[in-house]
Design a protein around this ligand. Structure first.
Ligand code: SAM
Ligand code: SF4
Length: 462
């Protein structure tokens, strides 16, 4: 392995790294959120009614923004909060939003995936979880194999000796994802996220004991004080735990959106070369440990459903990352949440104040959105294929859209030919495939099909 792919990749010219370390979207959606435009409630209601005439299944997403302290790297939609009343007020409004959306459906809808994200969803109390799940089950019908997932901050479920985790399991949650980021206390101190190894390990074992599947651990590379050598220790310890999945994110530095990130001095961050080395070496360690690299930044043990879906080319990707069971249409609730219904994106208001104001007027809180044109849909397909499968099948494109791929994407093929010269893709007669190197820069390859590139600021590719 050392002599294989990684040896080749590690010899990447620093000039090459500098060239491709540019701002590019992560393509959790296409078009990306900066392209969204104002929408009004009537458009959203019309879309809900439109959806009601179909029998498609749904994915559901709920955003719980609250965190007790701010990790300095955090790029999520977070509200710092230690007041239970403030959380309860938001929670009540969240239940109202569910009811308000549901009132436009004529019957219970089937749900194949539910995801509770944040912020810190495990900041909800056991009683709030009971109310939420009862409210959902009264309006939606889970399919037999539905994935019911929650993001768990181990620091919030450690002190109660697993009581909350056990309760979640009894409510039907079957997937958990743990935020870990890095086990090194020095790195944790530098990002103000103090989470002992004991907390992480004990929480992990509790989840195993409770029978959760697809257990995921989130890690980040590119954090302050990280080196390839220091991160190797974190990787080794976590591989020994054998989580089913590892999400290995590149630190997304977006200080224009998240000013608290400015508290991390640039001098503490690894250089681009070191950051790349952390990634490549950890990737190799994961692969040696039995993990299959999936998509851009995910790894899964052979046998895990996401690894099988990847092999069978059935993987999908959305704001919550890669997924197996995701229904194409997604209803999303809570601040900043983005849904996708009938080929349209809808995003909710971003602040608690706006959310409260909409709710008190009896209105749905969607504010921005995007109606995909047929061309957007074609480009979305191309980008999704590259991000999820690292390849694009031209015949599949032609069958779906009734167009010749080569004739339709002449300009893009010229750009791809340049990327082929750089060793990022292989252009075949029937398919376009990312090379081993191109997989690491898949965002750059995918961006060839982005008609809106240049409108908006994004994190860097490395
Ligand atoms: C909502 S948090 C997970 C749940 C919980 N709040 C926690 O931190 O344990 C989602 C994940 O996003 C990732 N993340 C947050 N900010 C990031 C950033 N700036 N760059 C890359 N990944 C980030 C972290 O790995 C984090 O675990
Ligand atoms: S990483 Fe998780 S716990 Fe930390 S601030 Fe972000 S959402 Fe909150």
């Amino acid at each position: 392995m050392v002599r294989g792919i990684n040896a080749e990749i590690l010899s990447v010219d620093p000039l090459f790294l500098a060239k491709y370390d540019r701002q590019v979207p992560r393509y959790t959606s296409y078009p990306t959120a900066p392209q969204f435009r104002p929408v009004d409630e009537a458009q959203y209601i019309e879309t809900l009614l439109d959806f009601d005439r179909t029998d498609k299944p749904l994915s559901l997403y709920f955003h719980i923004p609250f965190c007790k302290s701010m990790c300095l790297f955090c790029g999520c939609s977070v509200v710092l909060n230690r007041q239970p009343e403030r959380q309860e007020q938001y929670f009540r409004r969240l239940l109202e939003e569910i009811e308000r959306a549901f009132s436009h459906f004529s019957s219970k809808r089937r749900v194949s995936q539910l995801h509770l994200g944040g912020g810190t969803p495990t900041s909800l109390t056991i009683q709030q979880f009971d109310r939420l799940m009862a409210h959902i089950r009264a309006r939606f019908e889970f399919t037999e194999d539905a994935e019911i997932a929650i993001e768990v901050d181990p620091r919030t479920v450690y002190a109660d000796k697993g009581e909350k985790l056990a309760h979640l399991s009894s409510l039907g949650f079957n997937r958990v994802s743990f935020g870990v980021q890095d086990l090194d206390p020095a790195v944790q101190e530098a990002v103000k996220r103090r989470q002992t190894e004991e907390m992480t390990v004990q929480t992990y074992f509790k989840a195993r004991e409770l029978g959760f599947q697809g257990i995921n651990i989130d890690l980040i590379y590119g954090l302050p004080l990280q080196t390839a050598a220091s991160f190797a220790k974190t990787a080794e310890k976590l591989i020994a735990l054998k989580p089913d999945r590892i999400a290995f994110y590149s630190y997304a530095k977006v200080p224009w959106l998240k000013p608290h990130q400015k508290a991390i001095p640039d001098a503490d961050l690894p250089s681009t070369e070191e950051k790349f080395r952390i990634y490549v070496e950890a990737r190799e360690a994961f692969m040696k440990g039995g993990y299959l690299p999936i998509g851009m930044d995910h790894f899964a043990l052979e046998g895990d459903s996401i690894a099988s879906a990847y092999r069978e080319k059935k993987l999908t990707r959305n704001f919550q990352g890669y997924s197996v069971q995701m229904a194409e249409d997604m209803l999303s609730f809570g601040i900043t949440a983005i849904g996708f219904l009938q080929n349209r994106f809808f995003q909710n208001v971003k602040t608690l104040e706006e959310y409260e104001a909409k709710a008190s007027q009896g209105k749905l809180p969607s504010l921005r959105g995007f109606i995909l044109s047929p061309e957007d849909t074609r480009r979305r397909y191309a980008i999704q294929a590259l991000m999820c499968r690292f390849e694009l099948d031209k015949a599949d494109f032609s069958n779906r859209f009734g167009l010749s791929f080569d004739a339709h994407f002449q300009k893009e093929l010229e750009t791809l030919a340049r990327l082929e010269g750089e060793g990022l893709v292989e252009l075949g007669r029937d398919r376009i495939a990312a090379t081993a190197l191109g997989r690491l820069f898949i965002r750059i390859v995918a961006s060839t099909f982005d008609a809106y590139l240049g409108n908006g600021q994004f994190s860097r590719a490395v």
